[in-house]
Design a protein around this ligand. Sequence first.
Ligand code: GRF
Length: 213
Amino acid sequence: MKSIVILISGRGSNMEAIVRAAIPGARIAAVISNRPNAGGLAFAAAHGIATAVVDHTTYTDRAAFDAALAGAIDSHTPDLVVLAGFMRVLTADFVRHYEGRLINIHPSLLPSFTGLHTHRRALAAGVRVHGTTVHFVTAELDCGPIIIQAVVPVMAGDTEETLTARVLAQEHRIFPQAVCWIVEERVRIEGNMARVAGARESGVMISPPPEDV
Ligand code: GRF
């Protein structure tokens, strides 16, 4: 049985998707938030999952916060630590401590649109496809070997809200899938690449789609 700790900062809909997936061989040991009022904490508690808050505002610097956070995480001896809408930049020491067992979901097709406001920036850039990425965390922000990505079309008339919703629906599919593959020990890191044993490889997506002639 693999032990998983999920870190959140807010609503926690991705954490919820992972919990609801009830991945065989995985046990969600704890959900930890850096914000006491994170909506997702109530969902986790209601599902019998241990919850904890490590409030970043009560620490004088990033290193002290990260050390306290690592202490809370490590008390559950996790095999995998999942950043699910965890909105804090982590120190290099923290990332190194969890090397190879720390994953994040980022709401863009990395390496495009690292950082914040990804949907707004995708609309402003006029891209035809957008999406979301699950990747291993490395010291550089929003980098690290990519495990899975979902691509969605950007449609005429899209607003930040409609595009956000389209991407979020796919996040809820690919994040549990990535966790499942890791639990099944099918993911291997090779340099800057993550290889998924037995993953299907097929298809093409063109947006807007060409007209059949
Ligand atoms: C998601 O869009 C995720 O990609 C980003 O923050 C959002 C978190 O949403 N990092 P939720 O808290 O999981 O609902």
